[in-house]
Design a binder for this molecule. Structure first.
Ligand code: RFL
Ligand code: PHB
Length: 404
């Protein structure tokens, strides 16, 4: 098989890259180890930055998101039993976020790729990357037990944290930095009406809790738990009782409903420097992981893709590799800022049992500062809605990416 860009992974990064390349007349093939049903059914992110929403709309895949997603102009922080609203819309000159589930974005992108005749190969195995230090990289894999090979001009490693792409970069060339947190998130989906018009991030003596939403009928909530805890220890009754303890206030009691899904995920910050080697480019979770408290992971995957798209299009249009050569540096500059924000939100909002009473006092003072200072609240707001995308020397708003 032959294509221009071989893409490993049909997550948001791989699917969106393939679609944007198609809009620029560039061919790609996506290799995905899971089935279509699995990728369309995995529950993950919910918050889309304004830039992500604008890009999906400009790329013609935002119709359902605009109908079924919900725009939020602010978030609420709760501590010491009181709520404080951060009015992101006002603090950022009119920006907002949209709550629309990641697996719905995946469904929209898969449907569009298949409608446009895109090649997405599901259920592949034994993916390996070769000769990407030359001008003719190869990807080998098996599909239905049969060995296959793709020759391409570039490989996009969009295969998430556990995929083979990052591991293919020689260890002497990449530096990996990470932080493991002593926190896990127990996430549930429950059949109830929304409990609040906006997301509520709570710092409580017993641990962090987050109330989010998915649709008028389904809500998404999280509880901080021990990352090694077993979901079997958490009956529905125990989950509701813990949520009541942490989020109820004098005039609010969380609405209970049937829990239709529950699981525990651990949290880490991770970054791989460099994100490129030869003609292999890493994007999204393959190169970096942020703890979900800042709601940045999917959004970062989308901005990586835009830089990569820009570089690949420039190469095919003019033979220049100016942007491709700087791909890693351009992406990492913005990613480090998202790492900082996600780390800050995580340490500010979670209850750390190893904290001294003094450190706990500082944590609550930090929340109080954010809730009461316009400057501090603006800093949170501008990071939460998404920092601007910058490609040196290029006119690089999110939308201009589509008219390179
Ligand atoms: P993905 O989504 O992991 O997709 C990678 C794809 O590659 C496939 N793959 C392979 N394919 C072929 N061969 C192999 N050997 C392969 N190995 C892997 C996988 O099957 C998969 O389909 O990475 P991508 O595209 O970079 O997207 C990243 C996002 O998925 C991730 O950052 C977000 O989900 C993070 N995240 C959030 N991000 C946000 O922007 N906003 C949020 O509100 C938000 N909330 C969250 C989150 C992540 C969470 N979890 C579960 C960690 C909430 C949670 C609880
Ligand atoms: C979600 O709705 O899944 C969600 C919302 C906000 C976050 C993380 C996850 O910070």
């Amino acid at each position: 098989m032959q294509t221009q860009v071989g893409i490993i992974g049909a997550g948001p990064a791989g699917l969106l890259l393939s679609h944007l390349l198609y809009l620029q007349g560039i061919d790609s093939i996506i290799l995905e180890k899971r089935s279509r049903e699995e990728i369309e059914g995995t529950i993950r992110a919910g918050v889309l930055e304004q830039g992500t929403v604008d890009l999906l709309n400009a790329a013609g895949v935002g119709e359902r998101m605009m109908k079924e997603g919900h725009t939020h102009h602010g978030i609420e922080l709760q501590f010491n039993g009181k709520r404080h609203r951060i009015n992101m819309h006002e603090l950022t000159g009119g920006k907002k976020i949209t709550v629309y589930a990641q697996h719905e974005v995946i469904k929209d992108l898969v449907a569009q790729r298949l409608k446009d005749g895109g090649e997405v190969l599901f259920n592949v195995s034994d993916v390996s990357l070769h000769e990407f230090e030359t001008n003719e990289p190869k990807i080998r894999f098996k599909v239905e037990g049969e060995e296959q090979e793709i020759s391409c001009d570039f490989i996009a490693g969009c295969d998430g944290f556990h995929g083979p792409s990052r591991q293919s970069i020689p260890k002497t060339i990449r530096t990996e930095k990470q932080q493991i947190y002593p926190f896990g998130w127990l996430g549930i989906l429950t059949e109830t009406a929304p409990v609040n018009p906006e997301l509520i991030y709570t710092n409580h003596e017993r641990g962090f809790a987050l109330l989010s939403t998915r649709s008028p009928e389904i809500q998404r909530h999280y509880l901080q738990v021990d990352p090694k805890d077993d979901i079997a220890n958490w009956s529905d009754d125990r989950i509701w009782s813990e949520l009541h303890e942490r989020v109820d206030t004098e005039d609010f009691s969380i609405t209970e409903g049937p829990i239709i899904q529950k699981n525990i995920v651990s949290m880490r910050s991770f970054i791989c420097e460099t994100m490129q080697h030869g003609r292999l480019f890493l994007a999204g979770d393959a190169a970096h992981i942020v703890p979900p408290t800042g709601a940045k992971g999917l959004n970062l995957a989308v901005t990586d893709i835009q830089v990569l798209l820009h570089g690949i299009v420039e190469y095919y249009q003019s033979g220049k590799t100016e942007v491709l050569d700087q791909y890693s540096d351009i992406c990492l500059r913005r990613i480090w800022k998202a790492q900082r924000f996600s780390y800050w939100m995580t340490t500010m909002l979670h209850r750390n049992q190893s904290h001294s009473p003094f450190e706990r006092g500082v944590q609550l003072a930090e929340l109080d500062y954010v809730a009461s200072s316009r400057s501090a609240a603006t800093s949170l707001a501008e990071n939460y809605v998404g920092l601007p995308m910058e490609i040196p020397g290029k006119k690089s708003t999110n939308l201009s990416m589509l008219s390179i």
